[in-house]
Design a binder for this molecule. Structure first.
Ligand SMILES: Cc1cc2nc3c(=O)[nH]c(=O)nc-3n(C[C@H](O)[C@H](O)[C@H](O)COP(=O)(O)OP(=O)(O)OC[C@H]3O[C@@H](n4cnc5c(N)ncnc54)[C@H](O)[C@@H]3O)c2cc1C
Length: 384
């Protein structure tokens, strides 16, 4: 059996990004096998993220904006991104771009197969896919299904359904996406819409919830329809595409390196920011770190300063406030985005702020509920 240097189990966002970074590094001649059951030839999702500069996928960014709009409970205003840009990348453009890039490297193989098993062995990471065995020095696994059920943790879900609509009337401002619009009934949860315009007559309109109960299709659709009818002057409209997704919002620790030869990446590796669900940009950062370490030390582990661990605590406190309904989520986001400079908020969510900047953000948040949540998080972590 041929031994690969690296097997990438799951060639989705994280797996393909990793393969791309490997081929752009000094490790470009290593043998890589990418296994995925899917062909990745559909636009199965759209990623949004922010960054201050041109990123590695700049050439395929579908839309980018210097300003975004926010509709909170007491303020509705454009937010100046302050040096960041809000970017939108279509799944299909990403898959095509990386697949074309990987095709230039004869040491990269792709196989369409369903992975049945991933196992540690003394010789390396071992994978069975469509009953065929494969082995590698390292297996990067983005297929692991998270089991998020420990009661001391917070396990919410971010779930959403969206439509790309084509409208009769020119009703969208292509320069101004709406990143959060809370003008919908909250039902005690956190519920909002976002609108990402492609042009004056086309946009992705998505209904998003943070809670622990998925809705039925018709429930998502009823809210989408009501929002479009009430707030967007579309005239008649057609649904061109549909998007549905569920992202874990959890502070449960995932085992990123469960064994010596297996490394979990992407959602499976816990790369999702628990308090926001944003995963794309964090995955890029983490994978770049892994590839740098691998090239420099031969080990794929990600190095993290212990002081950065404070962001995990902030995420847990935020999830606790949401889960326990300690403060209305729409008011909380309104305070976050309107009482702070938006660029500071984006920097904070990227975990790039200094402690003094974080304290200034906390100063603008409701102290009582956050203090109660802080002690509840401590109690849960200590006593379960
Ligand atoms: C609809 C949607 C929209 C999203 N939008 C955003 C966004 O705007 N911004 C953001 O930051 N995050 C977003 N996310 C969250 C996150 O960025 C994506 O889920 C992202 O694709 C996660 O990357 P991943 O590689 O971990 O998983 P995936 O991209 O899902 O890749 C996993 C791959 O593993 C393959 N696979 C799984 N099991 C097997 C098996 N047994 N055998 C073979 N292959 C297997 C799958 O086919 C898939 O290709 C979104 C998620 C969804 C679902």
């Amino acid at each position: 059996m041929k031994k690969y240097d690296f097997i990438i189990a799951g060639g989705g966002m994280a797996g393909l990004s990793l393969a791309y970074y490997l081929t752009q590094s000094t490790l470009r001649d290593r043998s890589i096998l990418i296994l995925d059951r899917d062909t990745k030839d559909r636009n199965d999702r759209t990623w949004c993220f922010w960054e201050p500069n041109a990123g590695p996928f700049e050439s395929i960014v579908f839309r980018k904006w210097d300003q975004v709009s926010f509709h909170g409970t007491t303020h509705a205003k454009p937010l100046d991104m302050g040096g960041y840009q809000y970017k939108m990348l279509r799944g299909i453009d990403f898959y095509d771009f990386i697949q074309k890039e990987l095709a230039k490297h004869p040491t990269v193989e792709r196989k369409q197969a369903t992975i049945n098993r991933i196992k540690e062995t003394p010789q390396g990471g071992f994978v069975i896919a469509d009953d065929e065995p494969y082995i590698a020095d390292y297996v990067f696994d983005s297929t692991f299904a998270l089991k998020l059920d420990q009661p001391e943790n917070h396990n919410l879900l971010q779930h959403f359904k969206g439509w790309v609509i084509s409208t009769e009337k020119a009703c969208f401002d292509p320069k101004m996406p709406e990143i959060m619009d809370f003008r919908v009934e909250q039902h005690g949860d956190c519920r909002f819409l976002y609108v990402l315009p492609f042009d004056e007559k086309t946009a992705l309109v998505e209904f998003t919830l943070f809670n622990d109960k998925l809705l039925t299709d018709s429930e998502y659709e009823a809210d989408l329809r009501q929002y479009i009818d009430q707030f967007l002057d579309t005239g008649s409209y057609q649904i061109a595409e549909t998007e549905y997704g569920v992202i874990p919002m959890s502070d449960e620790s995932t085992q990123e390196n469960p064994t010596e030869h297996i490394i979990r990446i992407g959602t499976s590796g816990g790369f999702t920011k628990p308090s926001t669900g944003y995963t794309f940009q964090r995955t890029q950062r983490y994978l770049q770190g892994i590839v740098t370490n691998l090239a420099e030390t031969g080990k794929p582990n990600r190095t993290q300063s212990w002081f950065k661990g404070r962001f995990k605590l902030y995420d847990s406190i935020f999830l606790n406030v949401l889960e326990k309904h300690r403060y209305p989520a729409d008011d909380m986001f309104t305070r976050l985005y309107t009482d702070n400079r938006p660029a500071k908020v984006f920097k904070f969510l990227d975990e790039d702020t200094r402690l003094t900047e974080e304290l200034r953000i906390f100063w603008n948040m409701p102290w009582g509920p956050f203090t109660v949540a802080f002690f509840d998080v401590l109690r849960r972590k200590m006593f379960g």
